[in-house]
Design a protein around this ligand. Sequence first.
Ligand SMILES: Nc1ncnc2c1ncn2[C@@H]1O[C@H](COP(=O)(O)OP(=O)(O)O)[C@@H](O)[C@H]1O
Ligand SMILES: [Mg+2]
Length: 387
Amino acid sequence: MTPEEFQEKFGIIGESSAMKDVVTKVMQVAPTDVTVLISGESGSGKEVIARAIHGASNRSGKPVVAVNCGAIPEGILESELFGHQRGAFTGAVESRKGYFEIADGGTLFLDEIGDMPLSTQVKLLRVIETGEFMRVGSSNTQSSDVRVIAASNKLLEEEVAKGYFRQDLYFRLRSVNIYMPPLRERREDIPIFIEKFAREFSNRNRIEFGGFTHDAIEALSGLEWPGNVRELKNLVESVIVLERGKKVDSDSIVKYLPKNETLYMGEPTSRFLPVHVDKTPEESERELILRALWEIKNDIVDLKSIIGSGMVGGKLSLPVPHAYTGAESDNGGTRDGAELNLREVEKYLIKTAIEKFHGNKRMAADALGISMRSLYRKLQEYKLKDV
Ligand SMILES: Nc1ncnc2c1ncn2[C@@H]1O[C@H](COP(=O)(O)OP(=O)(O)O)[C@@H](O)[C@H]1O
Ligand SMILES: [Mg+2]
């Protein structure tokens, strides 16, 4: 198999020399049983590589099990990995197989291994070296034939120096170390990613795709991409959904960029000045709307308790966030005033949602949790038809 065929088969995109080096190494190590450590920032493609290694090995007919060591609480990880005996701890009403048994004959992908507690690391080293382990609460040794591929976005050397990671395990894991460079260090791959992700996504969802202008591709190629390929992929997918068949230029790209990431047109050398962010535009918009909804909910709760406590008629000052108080709401102080404020809040939310989704009413309605029909009714009611 040529490297190109290999990439095609396992969906590994990229033609940069960095990516080619990775592919060469992957093709060399895949057919062996050697333990592999894949390092690199989050979203750089570590899992894609781990799955390719399994897929190209003679274990490919057996399961590949992925475990995120950072996401599983410390006390539970050990029983997840090695299984437990009935009665091993409160709640262990049944004996259960761990991932080392489930993945027998196959591959175990241990993601975020830098987050594994030291006590579990000891047991992991043992099973890697001898193939033997014990279920939690059992004194019987069991064996399994599992190839371990580990990944980390932390520098394990530093974790070792700080005493958080065992040196012997680190040495054992890094017998083969594959480093995934961040996307900003292989920018020449960005146009290729954009093209492939766009085609793939529009075909899969049957959405017409109008293509990107040269400027748009250049703009995207100049960004920092702290979330790496994952962030780029998310952006391309949002653009395709929301632009529906339009040709995407650098102006329309701007609204998909995370809030504090800005395109600077002008200076030929540093046209694009990227800033670090950790949210996709969709996420930030959703968050904004959810936050507003959460606030309105609190307002209603407050209002109910005020009404319930018989304070109606007195001087009420509602805790409506000042951003929501329009000119008309200034007559607060009575129950009517309060209702008026609520209408203001609703109006404000609808306006915000529609602006946030650039006039896309379907998405605004979804984010607000109301039907398209209610949205249109409210638009009419609030005379917001032109937003
Ligand atoms: N070289 C690549 N080719 C194709 N898709 C990729 C590549 N690198 C990353 N991706 C995609 O980007 C996303 C994040 O990749 P992933 O392997 O989960 O990153 P990591 O494990 O380093 O956080 C996934 O959707 C993955 O399919
Ligand atoms: Mg990952």
